[in-house]
Structures are given as structure tokens and as C-alpha cells.
Design a protein around this ligand. Structure first.
Ligand SMILES: Cc1ncc(COP(=O)(O)O)c(C=O)c1O
Length: 429
């Protein structure tokens, strides 16, 4: 069956034909592609094409597809039993490993998705402080809990929504939404409403409106603002955790949050989420404390085995400098092409994350990102896809270089980009 035939069948039984909205290609047009297998940096489509993957399942696949040691760990765990609904030895070892690799996490609770992690962190912050309001930033995405779908990025932006239908106005009213990187706005909210604020939640590197690195001093300023009003600082590291180094981005930035949310990489490609942080805060979780959180498959032994194999490989092999060097090659190559061809675009990069933005100016918040030419991005996306390169299908997402990419893969990307970002092809659409 071709991708088109599969999608036609899917639209009859799955809303929009997809189980997560950005997969629908609404941001770029055309029919979504179905994958049948992946190995290393490449995926095979249902149509028989081989694609070089720069989406990496939206972040988890830092070691590439089907890395042998990870597959082996998954098979071993699955053969021993996929779920018990009881405690298992693996989850203890995994929790210890997470707390060791991110020392600000004195305790950690495992769950099954990043959404659960942020939802739990905010409930915990409210339970701990006895306050209700939350500062979240315009264009940051923290999963699909009701109140977090206000001014959210990722699929909402791609779909042109500022907030989801079905979110109660009361929940939305508790969210305070300054622009990313606008410390003055945060300080003003803390000055006027500080006594009501339970938490400041932030992606320490914004990666759901395209890539937006934190301005110098921004994260440190958030730490100070939270301390000033007695709110908790929550770093949502579902994308950045273990992405830039064998720990959190907070560690690299030298800013310690009260709570850290994890997902994606820590499951090595299987569903997982985690929240960890200060012991006095984490101790408020049931059964120790009054803040409830639970999950039938939380700490699932197969997901934990996959995550543990992934983290151990990352620690042993330290692929980070090479991933960063390759991503730099990619971004600098795209920037040189854009300049050479006079195309108003640039490639933002931090570590192994990148976004080709179809606008000339640096993007430092959502308003800047919205100035991009999304039609030009869509044309670029399809031109790259036609040349065997798979990118995230939206302007408002980040691309990922993995440890499985080689220099020759970056060359292949740049050759495709040279043909895809021609002025007449993309800038004039
Ligand atoms: C920063 C961030 N937080 C939370 C989430 C939600 O994670 P999940 O999709 O596993 O629920 C995402 C998903 O992309 C994310 O990028």
C-alpha cells in the first residue's frame, strides 16, 4: 500500500488520519508519508523511498533508528514481561541513573509522556505553594494539558490556533503569558501578581516555535524572579534533556530549576515522561504527600530498559561534540547558500538543534517567528523531501542532528538544500 492509500484509509477511522496533528502535513500541504522501517539516520517509506531523517521522531532518536544495543535491551525486557503493575528492579536503577546524571533531581517520578510530566509538575507546584497562577511563555509548548494549550507552540501554531477549543476559560485565566526572552514582562508580573504565582514554566531552549535560544541572562533572571515571589521554577526539558550533553540544559546554563520535566530521549524511542527535582517538593507527591499522580504503565519496564540503554550509550560514547560540529556544518552551509542565492532565509542552531527560518532576521520570540514566510518553508520542505531529506513538516518546529548522522549525510543535506532553496523556487511563492 502507498502512503496515499494508507492515508485515505486512515482518514475514515482516525480523525484527520493521524494520531498527532503535526503528522497531517497541514503546515506544508500534501499527503503525509508513511514509514515502514528505520536504521541509523535513514527511514524507508511505504512508497519504497529511503529518506535521510532530520526529525528523529521529534527528538527521542538521538542515537538514530533501531540502534542495536537499544533494540536488544527492549527485546530482553519484553521477553521478561511487558508490564506487571508492580514495582520492578529496573525502575529503581533508572531513577538512580537520572538523579545521578541530573544532580538537581533529588527524586524523580516516572510516567508515560512529556504531557504527563509537565501536568504533574504544575499540579505539584500548585500543591506545594498553595497558589494558582502559572507563568508560561507565548509559543512554548508543554504538552496538551488544558491550561497549557493557551498560546502554545508546535501543532497549535502549525494549525493556526492560538488556543485549543474545549479549554475552560477558568483554566486559561490562570495562565500569565509573556513573550519568550522578555524578562521585563516577567518581572512586572511578579511585581504585580507575585503572591498568586505558583510556578514559572519554560523551555530553557524554546523548540516549539522553531528554535529560539534563551537570551543571555534570561534563565538566570527567571530563577531570580521565581525566588523573589516564592514560585517554583520548572524547566521543561522534554526536548533539551540529554540533547546537548549527558544531563540537562539547566546544568549547561548554570541555572538550577526546582523541577525538571523529561521525556523523549529518556525513553530511547518508547513512551516515557519524568519529573524530578527538590526532595521537599517531590515529597508532596502521593503516597508521601497530598498531590495525586498515577499511571497504569508508569515506569514501564520495557520503556525503562530502552531509556537506560540510551542514556548509558550517551554517557559512554559522548557523541555531543560531533553532533554539534555536524549541525554547525549544516547551519553554516544553509546560511552560505541563502546568502549566495539571495534567499531571505537563515538557519538558527544550538547544539544539534536547528531551524531553517524563512526570514532574514534573527528570531527571538513568537512574534518574530510569525514573520516567517511559511509558504516558502513549505516549498523548501517538499523540495527537500523530493531529494530524500525528511525535515519536521512545519516552520514552527526544530530539526535534529543525531549521533547516527555522518559528515556525508550533512553533505547530502546541503546538496539537496542547494537545489531546494533557489530564489525562484522558494522565496517568490
Ligand atoms: C518541550 C515539550 N514539552 C512537552 C511535550 C509533550 O510531550 P509528549 O508529546 O510526550 O506528551 C513536548 C512534545 O513535543 C515538548 O516538546
Amino acid at each position: 500500500m502507498t502512503s496515499r492509500e494508507l492515508f485515505e484509509r486512515a482518514t475514515r477511522v482516525i480523525p484527520g488520519g493521524v494520531n498527532s496533528p503535526v503528522r497531517a502535513f497541514n503546515g506544508v500541504g500534501g499527503d503525509p508519508v508513511y514509514m515502514v522501517s528505520g536504521k541509523g539516520a535513514r527511514m524507508k517509506t511505504a512508497d519504497g523511498a529511503t529518506l535521510l531523517d532530520f526529525c528523529g521522531s521529534w527528538g527521542p532518536l538521538i542515537l538514530g533508528h533501531a540502534r542495536a544495543e537499544v533494540v536488544e535491551a527492549i527485546c530482553t525486557a519484553a521477553a521478561e514481561g511487558t508490564s506487571f503493575g508492580t514495582n520492578t528492579p529496573r525502575e529503581v536503577e533508572f531513577a538512580e541513573l537520572l538523579c545521578e546524571m541530573i544532580p538537581s533531581m533529588k527524586m524523580v517520578r516516572l510516567m508515560s509522556s512529556g504531557t504527563e510530566a509537565t501536568m504533574t509538575a504544575l499540579r505539584l507546584a500548585r500543591g506545594y505553594t498553595g497558589r494558582r497562577k502559572i507563568i508560561k511563555f507565548d509559543g512554548c509548548y508543554h504538552g496538551h494539558a488544558d491550561y497549557l494549550l493557551v498560546a502554545a507552540g508546535s501543532g497549535l501554531l502549525t494549525g493556526g490556533l492560538s488556543a485549543s477549543a474545549g479549554v475552560s476559560p477558568a483554566a486559561a485565566a490562570e495562565m500569565l503569558v509573556p513573550a519568550y526572552n522578555d524578562l521585563d514582562a516577567v518581572n512586572e508580573l511578579v511585581r504585580t501578581q507575585g503572591g498568586d504565582i505558583a510556578a514559572i514554566i519554560v523551555e530553557p531552549v524554546a523548540a516549539n516555535m522553531g528554535l529560539v535560544p534563551p537570551a543571555p541572562g534570561f534563565l538566570k533572571g527567571l530563577r531570580e524572579a521565581a525566588d523573589r515571589c516564592g514560585a517554583l521554577l520548572i524547566f521543561d526539558e522534554v526536548i533539551t534533556g540529554f540533547r546537548m550533553g549527558p544531563g540537562s540544559y539547566g546544568m549547561l546554563a548554570g541555572v538550577t530549576p526546582d523541577l525538571t520535566c523529561l521525556g523523549k530521549i529518556v525513553g530511547g524511542g518508547l513512551p516515557i515522561g519524568a519529573v524530578g527535582g527538590r526532595a521537599d517538593v517531590m515529597s508532596k507527591l502521593a503516597p508521601l504527600g497530598p498531590v495525586y499522580q498515577a499511571g497504569t504503565l508508569s515506569g514501564n519496564p520495557v520503556a525503562v530498559a530502552s531509556g537506560m540503554a540510551t542514556l548509558k550509550l550517551l554517557r559512554q560514547e559522548n557523541p555531543y561534540p560531533e553532533m554539534e560540529r555536524r549541525c554547525k556544518m549544516l547551519a553554516e552551509g544553509v546560511n552560505a547558500l541563502a546568502k549566495g542565492q539571495g534567499v531571505p532565509m537563515h538557519c538558527a542552531r544550538l547544539g544539534s538543534l536547528f531551524t531553517p527560518y524563512f526570514c532574514a532576521n534573527t528570531v527571538s520570540n513568537l512574534a518574530d517567528a510569525k514573520h516567517c514566510n511559511t509558504k516558502a518553508h513549505a516549498a523548501f520542505f517538499h523540495a527537500m523531501l523530493d531529494r530524500g531529506i525528511y525535515l519536521p513538516p512545519s516552520q514552527f518546529e526544530v530539526g535534529f542532528v543525531s549521533a547516527a548522522h555522518a559528515d556525508t549525510d550533512i553533505d547530502q543535506f546541503l546538496q539537496a538544500a542547494a537545489a531546494s532553496c533557489k530564489l525562484d523556487a522558494v522565496a517568490c511563492v
